[in-house]
Design a protein around this ligand. Structure first.
Ligand code: PMP
Length: 283
C-alpha cells in the first residue's frame, strides 16, 4: 500500500512529497511538530497534543496554520488515506518560505506536513513486558527544550550514541541532574514508592503522556513529586520508566549496564501502563 503525505493542502504520494528549499523549517529548524498516537481509530491525548502545538507556535510567534478543528480533520484523513487503524501521526508546522535571513519575516504562510507510520500496540506491549536498556548522555541541547521544535540534532546524537551500544534510549544529564530522555520523559520510583520526574520547566519537553501518566498515578493513589533527580538516584531506584506518545509507559531494566531493581519491569510501572491505556481509550 503506497503511503500518503499531507503537504500544504494536498494529499500526495509520500515518495514525491516536497517542501521548498527555502522553507525556514529546513534552513533554521524554525518549525515545531507533534507526534500523536492513534489506536484502533481513536486518537489518544489529542487535546493535549493540539494544546502543546498551539503553545509551541505561540512561543515562536508562528500563526496556527488552520483552526484546530481543521487540523483534527487532516490528521484523521492522513490516518484513513494510509489505511491505518493504529498509527503515529507526525505533524510539522514551519514558519513558512522566505529568502534566507535570520530575521523572522512577517506575514509568511506556515508550511504544514503530516505523515503516518504504522503502530502496533501488541508489539509495544511485548517490548514493555521485557523492558528496555538505556544509557546516560550529556544533555547538550539549547535552553528552551520546552518548545517542541524540529531542532533535534542533540537529541539525535544522544539516541545514536545509545544505539551504538545496543541501548534503546539516552537519559540526558545536565549539571548533575537527569532532565529527560532524547525522545521521552524520564521517571524513577524511589525505594519508598514515590514517583519522581523532572519539573515542567524550560529544561524538558512537557510530555503529553507525562501529564496523563501523572493523573493516572494520582488516581492509583501513588505519590508523585516533580523534582530534579541524579543518576545515583536512578541506580538506587526501585523502578525506572519513560513516557512518550510512541512508547506509552515503558519500563527501563538497565541503565549504563546496571540493573534497576531486580532487572525486570517493575509492578508499579506495569500498573501505570495499563491505567494509561485504559484512560487514553476512554478520554
Ligand atoms: N521529551 C522529548 C525530548 C520528546 O521528544 C518527547 C516525545 N516527543 C517527549 C519528551 C514525550 O512527549 P509526549 O509524551 O508528548 O510524546
Amino acid at each position: 500500500m503506497s503511503r500518503i503525505a499531507y503537504v500544504n493542502g494536498q494529499y500526495v504520494p509520500h515518495g514525491s512529497a516536497q517542501i521548498h528549499v527555502e522553507d525556514r523549517g529546513y534552513q533554521f529548524a524554525d518549525s515545531v511538530y507533534e507526534v500523536c498516537l492513534v489506536v484502533d481509530g481513536k486518537f489518544w491525548d489529542i487535546d493535549g497534543h493540539l494544546a502543546r502545538l498551539r503553545r509551541s507556535l505561540s512561543e515562536l510567534d508562528i500563526e496556527m496554520p488552520m483552526p484546530e478543528s481543521a487540523l483534527r480533520i487532516v490528521m484523521e484523513n492522513v490516518r484513513k488515506r494510509n489505511h491505518l487503524k493504529s498509527a503515529l501521526i507526525y505533524m510539522q508546522v514551519s514558519r513558512g518560505v522566505a529568502p534566507r535571513n535570520h530575521l523572522f519575516a512577517k506575514g509568511l504562510v506556515p508550511s504544514v506536513v503530516m505523515t503516518a507510520k504504522r503502530f502496533d500496540l501488541d508489539q509495544s506491549d511485548e517490548k514493555a513486558a521485557k523492558g528496555i536498556s538505556i544509557i546516560s548522555q550529556p544533555d547538550i541541547r539549547w535552553g528552551r527544550t520546552d518548545i517542541k521544535t524540529t531542532g533535534l540534532l542533540a537529541n539525535a546524537m544522544a539516541k545514536n550514541a545509545a544505539h551504538e551500544v545496543g541501548a534503546a534510549e539516552a537519559l540526558l544529564v545536565r549539571d548533575g541532574f537527569v532532565t529527560e530522555c532524547s525522545s521521552s520523559n524520564a521517571w524513577i520510583i524511589t525505594k519508598d514508592g514515590v514517583l519522581v520526574t523532572h519539573p515542567k520547566d524550560h529544561k524538558i519537553l512537557g510530555g503529553i503522556t507525562r501529564a496523563t501518566a501523572f493523573e493516572c498515578a494520582q488516581e492509583l493513589q501513588l505519590s508523585v513529586i516533580e523534582r530534579p533527580f541524579t543518576l545515583n538516584e536512578v541506580f538506587a531506584a526501585r523502578e525506572v520508566f519513560l513516557t512518550s506518545a510512541s512508547s506509552i509507559v515503558m519500563p527501563v531494566v538497565t541503565v549504563n549496564g546496571r540493573q534497576i531493581g531486580d532487572g525486570a519491569p517493575g509492578p508499579i510501572t506495569i500498573r501505570l501502563r495499563e491505567a494509561y491505556k485504559a484512560k487514553a481509550r476512554a478520554l
